[in-house]
Design a protein around this ligand. Structure first.
Ligand code: ADP
Length: 351
Protein backbone atom coordinates (compact mmCIF):
# COMPACT_ATOMS: atom_id res chain seq x y z
CA UNK A 1 0.00 0.00 0.00
CA UNK A 2 1.21 3.44 -0.84
CA UNK A 3 2.02 5.17 2.44
CA UNK A 4 1.76 8.69 0.99
CA UNK A 5 -1.03 10.60 2.72
CA UNK A 6 -4.16 10.51 0.60
CA UNK A 7 -5.92 13.84 0.52
CA UNK A 8 -9.59 13.17 0.93
CA UNK A 9 -12.17 15.86 0.12
CA UNK A 10 -12.70 16.27 3.88
CA UNK A 11 -9.05 17.26 4.33
CA UNK A 12 -8.81 19.41 1.21
CA UNK A 13 -9.37 23.12 1.23
CA UNK A 14 -13.14 23.34 0.96
CA UNK A 15 -13.25 26.76 -0.59
CA UNK A 16 -10.90 25.57 -3.37
CA UNK A 17 -13.10 22.61 -4.16
CA UNK A 18 -16.21 24.77 -4.13
CA UNK A 19 -14.52 27.36 -6.38
CA UNK A 20 -13.35 24.69 -8.82
CA UNK A 21 -16.82 23.16 -8.88
CA UNK A 22 -18.72 26.38 -9.52
CA UNK A 23 -16.00 27.51 -11.93
CA UNK A 24 -17.18 24.69 -14.20
CA UNK A 25 -20.75 26.02 -14.26
CA UNK A 26 -21.82 28.29 -17.13
CA UNK A 27 -24.12 30.58 -15.12
CA UNK A 28 -22.92 33.14 -12.54
CA UNK A 29 -22.80 31.54 -9.08
CA UNK A 30 -21.99 32.93 -5.63
CA UNK A 31 -21.61 30.83 -2.47
CA UNK A 32 -22.03 32.51 0.93
CA UNK A 33 -21.49 31.25 4.46
CA UNK A 34 -23.87 31.49 7.44
CA UNK A 35 -22.87 35.15 7.96
CA UNK A 36 -23.61 36.01 4.32
CA UNK A 37 -19.88 36.37 3.56
CA UNK A 38 -18.88 35.28 0.10
CA UNK A 39 -16.84 32.07 0.19
CA UNK A 40 -16.66 31.37 -3.56
CA UNK A 41 -17.46 33.06 -6.88
CA UNK A 42 -17.13 31.98 -10.50
CA UNK A 43 -16.09 34.14 -13.46
CA UNK A 44 -19.72 34.80 -14.50
CA UNK A 45 -20.50 36.15 -11.02
CA UNK A 46 -17.39 38.35 -11.01
CA UNK A 47 -18.48 39.88 -14.34
CA UNK A 48 -22.03 40.45 -13.09
CA UNK A 49 -20.94 41.81 -9.68
CA UNK A 50 -17.58 43.48 -10.22
CA UNK A 51 -17.09 44.07 -6.48
CA UNK A 52 -17.90 40.48 -5.39
CA UNK A 53 -14.76 39.18 -3.68
CA UNK A 54 -14.18 36.13 -1.51
CA UNK A 55 -14.38 37.25 2.11
CA UNK A 56 -16.57 40.27 1.28
CA UNK A 57 -20.13 40.76 2.50
CA UNK A 58 -22.84 39.66 0.08
CA UNK A 59 -24.88 42.77 0.97
CA UNK A 60 -22.14 44.99 -0.50
CA UNK A 61 -22.21 43.26 -3.89
CA UNK A 62 -25.79 42.18 -4.34
CA UNK A 63 -28.14 45.03 -3.59
CA UNK A 64 -31.39 43.24 -4.44
CA UNK A 65 -33.53 42.89 -1.25
CA UNK A 66 -35.48 39.92 -2.68
CA UNK A 67 -32.28 37.91 -3.17
CA UNK A 68 -30.84 38.91 0.23
CA UNK A 69 -34.11 37.93 1.98
CA UNK A 70 -34.18 34.58 0.18
CA UNK A 71 -30.59 33.92 1.31
CA UNK A 72 -31.57 34.69 4.92
CA UNK A 73 -34.49 32.23 4.73
CA UNK A 74 -32.24 29.53 3.25
CA UNK A 75 -29.59 30.01 5.96
CA UNK A 76 -32.43 29.79 8.49
CA UNK A 77 -33.33 26.32 7.23
CA UNK A 78 -35.69 27.22 4.38
CA UNK A 79 -36.28 25.29 1.16
CA UNK A 80 -34.78 26.15 -2.24
CA UNK A 81 -36.26 29.36 -3.71
CA UNK A 82 -36.40 31.06 -7.07
CA UNK A 83 -36.75 34.85 -7.31
CA UNK A 84 -36.90 37.11 -10.36
CA UNK A 85 -34.41 39.95 -10.45
CA UNK A 86 -33.94 42.61 -13.07
CA UNK A 87 -30.84 44.72 -13.50
CA UNK A 88 -31.76 48.02 -15.20
CA UNK A 89 -28.22 49.24 -16.10
CA UNK A 90 -26.21 49.34 -18.35
CA UNK A 91 -28.86 47.47 -20.42
CA UNK A 92 -31.95 45.98 -18.86
CA UNK A 93 -31.45 42.30 -18.04
CA UNK A 94 -33.73 39.82 -16.35
CA UNK A 95 -32.52 36.93 -14.20
CA UNK A 96 -34.11 33.95 -12.52
CA UNK A 97 -32.14 33.57 -9.29
CA UNK A 98 -32.04 30.18 -7.54
CA UNK A 99 -31.04 30.20 -3.88
CA UNK A 100 -30.31 26.74 -2.41
CA UNK A 101 -28.84 25.35 0.77
CA UNK A 102 -25.44 23.73 0.84
CA UNK A 103 -24.30 21.93 3.98
CA UNK A 104 -20.76 20.87 4.83
CA UNK A 105 -19.36 19.65 8.13
CA UNK A 106 -22.44 20.86 9.93
CA UNK A 107 -22.24 24.40 8.49
CA UNK A 108 -25.02 25.72 6.36
CA UNK A 109 -24.12 27.82 3.32
CA UNK A 110 -26.18 29.21 0.47
CA UNK A 111 -25.59 28.82 -3.26
CA UNK A 112 -26.94 31.65 -5.42
CA UNK A 113 -27.24 30.90 -9.12
CA UNK A 114 -28.23 33.49 -11.74
CA UNK A 115 -29.95 32.35 -14.95
CA UNK A 116 -30.12 35.05 -17.61
CA UNK A 117 -33.64 35.16 -19.09
CA UNK A 118 -33.04 38.34 -21.16
CA UNK A 119 -32.51 36.61 -24.51
CA UNK A 120 -35.33 34.10 -23.98
CA UNK A 121 -37.73 36.93 -23.09
CA UNK A 122 -36.63 38.96 -26.13
CA UNK A 123 -37.21 35.99 -28.47
CA UNK A 124 -40.58 35.32 -26.86
CA UNK A 125 -41.60 38.99 -27.26
CA UNK A 126 -40.48 38.95 -30.90
CA UNK A 127 -42.57 35.82 -31.54
CA UNK A 128 -45.65 37.37 -29.95
CA UNK A 129 -45.14 40.67 -31.85
CA UNK A 130 -44.60 38.77 -35.09
CA UNK A 131 -47.88 36.86 -34.76
CA UNK A 132 -49.74 40.05 -33.82
CA UNK A 133 -48.22 41.95 -36.78
CA UNK A 134 -48.85 39.16 -39.30
CA UNK A 135 -52.46 38.80 -38.13
CA UNK A 136 -52.99 42.54 -38.32
CA UNK A 137 -51.52 42.72 -41.85
CA UNK A 138 -53.87 39.95 -43.01
CA UNK A 139 -56.91 41.24 -41.16
CA UNK A 140 -56.90 44.66 -42.85
CA UNK A 141 -57.33 43.39 -46.45
CA UNK A 142 -59.70 40.67 -45.24
CA UNK A 143 -61.96 43.24 -43.53
CA UNK A 144 -61.96 45.31 -46.71
CA UNK A 145 -62.83 42.24 -48.85
CA UNK A 146 -65.69 41.30 -46.53
CA UNK A 147 -66.99 44.88 -46.59
CA UNK A 148 -67.08 44.93 -50.40
CA UNK A 149 -68.68 41.48 -50.63
CA UNK A 150 -71.48 42.65 -48.31
CA UNK A 151 -71.93 45.86 -50.33
CA UNK A 152 -72.11 43.88 -53.56
CA UNK A 153 -74.66 41.51 -52.06
CA UNK A 154 -76.73 44.39 -50.69
CA UNK A 155 -76.88 48.08 -51.68
CA UNK A 156 -74.72 47.79 -54.84
CA UNK A 157 -76.37 44.60 -56.10
CA UNK A 158 -77.52 46.05 -59.39
CA UNK A 159 -74.95 48.81 -59.80
CA UNK A 160 -72.70 47.64 -62.66
CA UNK A 161 -70.25 50.55 -62.40
CA UNK A 162 -69.81 50.10 -58.63
CA UNK A 163 -69.39 46.35 -59.12
CA UNK A 164 -66.51 46.84 -61.56
CA UNK A 165 -64.83 49.34 -59.28
CA UNK A 166 -65.23 47.17 -56.15
CA UNK A 167 -64.06 43.99 -57.90
CA UNK A 168 -60.88 45.87 -58.90
CA UNK A 169 -60.23 46.87 -55.28
CA UNK A 170 -61.01 43.35 -54.11
CA UNK A 171 -58.50 41.89 -56.57
CA UNK A 172 -55.82 44.29 -55.26
CA UNK A 173 -56.56 43.32 -51.65
CA UNK A 174 -56.47 39.60 -52.47
CA UNK A 175 -53.14 40.10 -54.26
CA UNK A 176 -51.80 41.93 -51.23
CA UNK A 177 -52.73 38.96 -49.04
CA UNK A 178 -51.09 36.54 -51.50
CA UNK A 179 -47.87 38.60 -51.49
CA UNK A 180 -47.87 38.63 -47.72
CA UNK A 181 -48.41 34.87 -47.41
CA UNK A 182 -45.72 34.23 -50.09
CA UNK A 183 -43.24 36.44 -48.20
CA UNK A 184 -44.06 34.77 -44.88
CA UNK A 185 -43.51 31.33 -46.43
CA UNK A 186 -40.20 32.42 -48.03
CA UNK A 187 -39.01 33.83 -44.73
CA UNK A 188 -39.81 30.65 -42.86
CA UNK A 189 -38.17 28.47 -45.55
CA UNK A 190 -34.99 30.57 -45.50
CA UNK A 191 -34.89 30.52 -41.70
CA UNK A 192 -35.22 26.73 -41.68
CA UNK A 193 -32.15 26.42 -43.93
CA UNK A 194 -30.17 29.26 -42.40
CA UNK A 195 -27.60 26.93 -40.81
CA UNK A 196 -26.76 25.31 -44.18
CA UNK A 197 -24.43 27.54 -46.18
CA UNK A 198 -25.15 27.29 -49.95
CA UNK A 199 -22.23 25.74 -51.87
CA UNK A 200 -23.20 25.90 -55.57
CA UNK A 201 -20.95 28.13 -57.72
CA UNK A 202 -23.08 30.96 -59.13
CA UNK A 203 -22.27 34.09 -61.10
CA UNK A 204 -23.45 37.16 -59.19
CA UNK A 205 -23.07 39.31 -62.31
CA UNK A 206 -25.43 37.08 -64.34
CA UNK A 207 -27.91 37.24 -61.42
CA UNK A 208 -27.73 41.04 -61.21
CA UNK A 209 -28.11 41.45 -64.99
CA UNK A 210 -31.13 39.12 -64.97
CA UNK A 211 -32.78 41.15 -62.17
CA UNK A 212 -32.02 44.46 -63.88
CA UNK A 213 -33.54 43.16 -67.15
CA UNK A 214 -36.66 42.00 -65.29
CA UNK A 215 -37.09 45.31 -63.46
CA UNK A 216 -36.19 47.59 -66.39
CA UNK A 217 -39.86 47.98 -67.45
CA UNK A 218 -40.85 48.95 -63.86
CA UNK A 219 -38.05 51.52 -63.75
CA UNK A 220 -39.01 52.81 -67.17
CA UNK A 221 -42.62 53.22 -66.17
CA UNK A 222 -41.61 55.24 -63.11
CA UNK A 223 -39.16 57.37 -65.13
CA UNK A 224 -36.19 55.92 -63.21
CA UNK A 225 -32.75 55.68 -64.82
CA UNK A 226 -31.39 52.21 -64.01
CA UNK A 227 -27.59 51.98 -64.40
CA UNK A 228 -25.43 48.86 -64.03
CA UNK A 229 -21.71 48.53 -63.48
CA UNK A 230 -20.16 45.05 -63.10
CA UNK A 231 -17.10 43.05 -64.07
CA UNK A 232 -17.61 40.27 -66.68
CA UNK A 233 -18.30 37.62 -64.04
CA UNK A 234 -18.15 37.30 -60.25
CA UNK A 235 -18.31 33.69 -59.10
CA UNK A 236 -19.38 32.98 -55.53
CA UNK A 237 -20.80 30.00 -53.61
CA UNK A 238 -24.50 30.70 -53.32
CA UNK A 239 -28.13 29.91 -53.96
CA UNK A 240 -29.19 31.46 -57.29
CA UNK A 241 -32.90 31.90 -56.46
CA UNK A 242 -32.15 33.45 -53.07
CA UNK A 243 -29.57 35.86 -54.51
CA UNK A 244 -32.08 36.87 -57.22
CA UNK A 245 -34.48 37.63 -54.36
CA UNK A 246 -31.87 39.82 -52.64
CA UNK A 247 -31.09 41.83 -55.77
CA UNK A 248 -34.78 42.10 -56.69
CA UNK A 249 -35.80 43.39 -53.26
CA UNK A 250 -33.01 45.97 -53.10
CA UNK A 251 -33.50 47.26 -56.65
CA UNK A 252 -37.30 47.30 -56.28
CA UNK A 253 -36.99 49.27 -53.03
CA UNK A 254 -34.60 51.75 -54.64
CA UNK A 255 -37.12 52.29 -57.46
CA UNK A 256 -40.12 52.44 -55.07
CA UNK A 257 -38.69 54.65 -52.36
CA UNK A 258 -36.17 56.64 -54.40
CA UNK A 259 -38.79 58.99 -55.84
CA UNK A 260 -38.96 62.59 -54.65
CA UNK A 261 -35.21 63.02 -54.24
CA UNK A 262 -32.76 63.97 -56.97
CA UNK A 263 -34.03 64.64 -60.43
CA UNK A 264 -33.81 62.59 -62.58
CA UNK A 265 -34.38 59.63 -60.26
CA UNK A 266 -31.41 57.31 -60.68
CA UNK A 267 -30.67 53.80 -59.35
CA UNK A 268 -27.15 52.39 -59.72
CA UNK A 269 -26.50 48.69 -59.28
CA UNK A 270 -22.90 47.57 -59.11
CA UNK A 271 -20.85 44.46 -58.41
CA UNK A 272 -17.22 44.81 -57.35
CA UNK A 273 -14.56 42.34 -56.28
CA UNK A 274 -11.70 43.06 -53.92
CA UNK A 275 -9.56 41.10 -51.50
CA UNK A 276 -11.61 37.88 -51.59
CA UNK A 277 -14.89 39.77 -51.15
CA UNK A 278 -17.63 40.38 -53.69
CA UNK A 279 -19.90 43.36 -53.08
CA UNK A 280 -23.32 44.08 -54.52
CA UNK A 281 -24.31 47.71 -54.11
CA UNK A 282 -27.66 49.32 -54.87
CA UNK A 283 -27.63 53.10 -54.68
CA UNK A 284 -30.47 55.54 -55.17
CA UNK A 285 -30.60 59.33 -55.15
CA UNK A 286 -33.91 59.41 -53.30
CA UNK A 287 -34.92 61.33 -50.16
CA UNK A 288 -32.90 58.97 -47.92
CA UNK A 289 -33.80 57.32 -44.61
CA UNK A 290 -33.67 59.18 -41.26
CA UNK A 291 -30.78 57.73 -39.18
CA UNK A 292 -33.00 56.62 -36.28
CA UNK A 293 -34.75 54.11 -38.58
CA UNK A 294 -31.59 52.51 -40.01
CA UNK A 295 -30.93 49.95 -37.25
CA UNK A 296 -34.52 48.64 -37.44
CA UNK A 297 -35.05 48.41 -41.23
CA UNK A 298 -34.48 44.65 -41.38
CA UNK A 299 -37.03 43.87 -38.65
CA UNK A 300 -40.13 42.10 -39.88
CA UNK A 301 -42.92 44.55 -40.74
CA UNK A 302 -40.77 47.56 -39.90
CA UNK A 303 -41.47 50.45 -42.26
CA UNK A 304 -40.30 54.04 -42.21
CA UNK A 305 -43.64 55.15 -43.64
CA UNK A 306 -46.27 52.39 -43.49
CA UNK A 307 -48.96 54.00 -45.74
CA UNK A 308 -46.39 54.67 -48.53
CA UNK A 309 -45.07 51.10 -48.28
CA UNK A 310 -48.60 49.63 -48.44
CA UNK A 311 -49.59 51.92 -51.31
CA UNK A 312 -46.57 50.66 -53.25
CA UNK A 313 -47.47 47.00 -52.59
CA UNK A 314 -44.86 46.51 -49.83
CA UNK A 315 -45.31 43.81 -47.19
CA UNK A 316 -42.64 45.14 -44.80
CA UNK A 317 -40.85 41.79 -45.08
CA UNK A 318 -38.49 42.45 -48.02
CA UNK A 319 -35.43 43.52 -46.05
CA UNK A 320 -36.02 40.85 -43.39
CA UNK A 321 -35.86 38.28 -46.21
CA UNK A 322 -32.70 39.93 -47.59
CA UNK A 323 -31.07 39.86 -44.15
CA UNK A 324 -31.77 36.16 -43.61
CA UNK A 325 -30.54 35.20 -47.10
CA UNK A 326 -27.35 37.19 -46.61
CA UNK A 327 -26.84 35.63 -43.19
CA UNK A 328 -27.35 32.13 -44.73
CA UNK A 329 -24.58 33.03 -47.20
CA UNK A 330 -22.40 34.15 -44.24
CA UNK A 331 -22.31 37.63 -45.78
CA UNK A 332 -22.98 41.12 -44.45
CA UNK A 333 -25.73 43.63 -45.21
CA UNK A 334 -25.11 47.31 -44.53
CA UNK A 335 -27.05 50.48 -45.22
CA UNK A 336 -25.83 54.02 -45.56
CA UNK A 337 -28.20 56.89 -46.06
CA UNK A 338 -27.98 60.66 -46.14
CA UNK A 339 -31.17 62.65 -45.93
CA UNK A 340 -31.69 64.47 -49.19
CA UNK A 341 -29.11 62.55 -51.18
CA UNK A 342 -30.19 58.91 -51.13
CA UNK A 343 -29.44 55.48 -49.73
CA UNK A 344 -26.92 52.74 -50.45
CA UNK A 345 -27.64 49.11 -49.60
CA UNK A 346 -24.52 46.94 -49.69
CA UNK A 347 -24.26 43.15 -49.55
CA UNK A 348 -20.76 41.76 -49.04
CA UNK A 349 -20.17 38.09 -49.74
CA UNK A 350 -17.04 35.92 -49.53
CA UNK A 351 -15.79 34.79 -52.93
P1 ADP B 1 -41.51 47.02 -47.86
O1 ADP B 1 -42.28 45.83 -48.25
O2 ADP B 1 -42.27 47.96 -47.01
O3 ADP B 1 -40.81 47.66 -49.00
P2 ADP B 1 -38.87 46.33 -46.85
O4 ADP B 1 -38.51 45.41 -45.74
O5 ADP B 1 -38.33 46.01 -48.21
O6 ADP B 1 -40.44 46.42 -46.84
O7 ADP B 1 -38.38 47.79 -46.46
C1 ADP B 1 -38.69 48.30 -45.18
C2 ADP B 1 -38.81 49.80 -45.19
O8 ADP B 1 -37.51 50.38 -45.45
C3 ADP B 1 -39.68 50.32 -46.30
O9 ADP B 1 -41.01 50.34 -45.92
C4 ADP B 1 -39.12 51.74 -46.51
O10 ADP B 1 -39.73 52.59 -45.57
C5 ADP B 1 -37.64 51.60 -46.16
N1 ADP B 1 -36.76 51.52 -47.34
C6 ADP B 1 -36.28 50.40 -47.92
N2 ADP B 1 -35.48 50.70 -48.97
C7 ADP B 1 -35.45 52.05 -49.06
C8 ADP B 1 -34.79 53.00 -49.94
N3 ADP B 1 -34.01 52.60 -50.94
N4 ADP B 1 -35.01 54.31 -49.70
C9 ADP B 1 -35.80 54.74 -48.69
N5 ADP B 1 -36.44 53.90 -47.84
C10 ADP B 1 -36.27 52.58 -48.02
Amino acid sequence: MNDAKLQTPAEADHSQIVSALIGALPDPVLVVDGNRRIIATNSGARILFTNATVGGALTLSVRAPDILDAVLRILDGGERECVLWSEPVPVERLFEVYVSAFTYEGYRAAVIEFRDLTEARRVERMRVDFIANASHELRTPLASLLGFIETLQGPAKDDTAAREQFLGIMRDQARRMTRLVDDLLSLSRIEQNEHVRPQTPVDLVAIVRHVVDTLAPVANEGGVELMVSTPKTAMIAGDRDELIRVAENLVENAIKYGAGGGSPQRVTVSVTESGGLTTLEVRDNGPGIPPEHLPRLTERFYRVDAPTSRAKGGTGLGLAIVKHIVSRHRGRLSVESTLGSGSTFRVTLKK
